[in-house]
Design a protein around this ligand. Structure first.
Ligand SMILES: C[S@@+](CC[C@H](N)C(=O)[O-])C[C@H]1O[C@@H](n2cnc3c(N)ncnc32)[C@H](O)[C@@H]1O
Length: 226
């Protein structure tokens, strides 16, 4: 997917990348940081943590992209004081240069003695890295369609591009794969609120909630494996 990408400053001041050819951005133009925090940290990880007290959490992110959601999860592992094993998969990794243009290190104040976002960019692919006592990161270059895991996950961040750009990734079979990859009680969360995806999630066995979305988006979805 060798499309031209341009930097865009979103409405909360944080940057994201835009692929005009796909009419897609890596995050919401209404606020890249705000959306990532709202959908994946507040509605996903924090919800899981509140319902599972101090249990460690294993996360699968589909679409590592810029690493923003991954970095926010790392910060949350310290804020909530929980251990996180984090697997992030990506089909089309960005170059270091593309990621650096986003200047995410400048977004996070007070992290002088902690790993920075740029340290996450530098983390090798295909190798587990114990980034901090609380956070183990495993970045893999693989299509979700070809991804296999021996262990299951507590939380899936389904952050692929939208259905108009990647219709195949939102089919029932990939919702079934998500279901199979989760532990019982596990949570699937996404910015997506499409009716067809909601029906697919229900069809494969999830209990689905349509929740208020981040700024600029009426709804998002959270699905729980019974
Ligand atoms: C909305 S962006 C993800 C943004 C990311 N979570 C972040 O914080 O920057 C979607 C990502 O999914 C990736 N992607 C597209 N198709 C994929 C596939 N079949 N398997 C895995 N990743 C895919 C894209 O290359 C892109 O990086």
């Amino acid at each position: 997917m060798n499309y031209e990408k341009k930097i865009v400053v979103s409405e909360d001041g944080s940057c994201t990348l835009r692929i005009e050819a796909l009419k897609e951005s890596y995050h919401s133009l209404h606020g890249a940081l705000t959306e990532s925090n709202f959908v994946y940290i507040e509605t996903g990880l924090k919800y899981w943590h509140l319902n599972n007290s101090n249990k460690p959490c294993s996360v699968l992110e589909i679409g590592y992209g810029t690493g923003l959601v991954t970095y926010l999860s790392y910060l949350a592992s310290h804020a909530y004081n929980i251990g996180i094993e984090y697997t992030a998969i990506e089909a089309y990794p960005l170059t270091k240069e593309e990621t650096q243009l986003l200047k995410y290190d400048l977004l996070f104040k007070g992290t002088a003695n902690q790993p920075k976002h740029s340290d996450f960019t530098a983390c090798p692919w295909e190798k587990e890295t114990q980034v901090s006592p609380n956070f183990k990161l495993f970045k893999q270059i693989v299509f979700f369609q070809n991804f296999h895991s021996k262990s299951k996950f507590d939380l899936i961040f389904y952050d692929a591009f939208g259905a108009h750009a990647q219709p195949d990734l939102w089919d029932t079979q990939w919702m079934q794969k998500s279901f199979d990859l989760l532990n019982s009680g596990g949570i699937w969360v996404s910015y997506c609120a499409k009716g067809a995806v909601r029906r697919s999630l229900k069809e494969v066995g999830f209990t689905v909630e349509r929740l208020p979305g981040p700024p600029g988006k009426r709804h998002m979805m959270r699905a729980i494996k019974p």
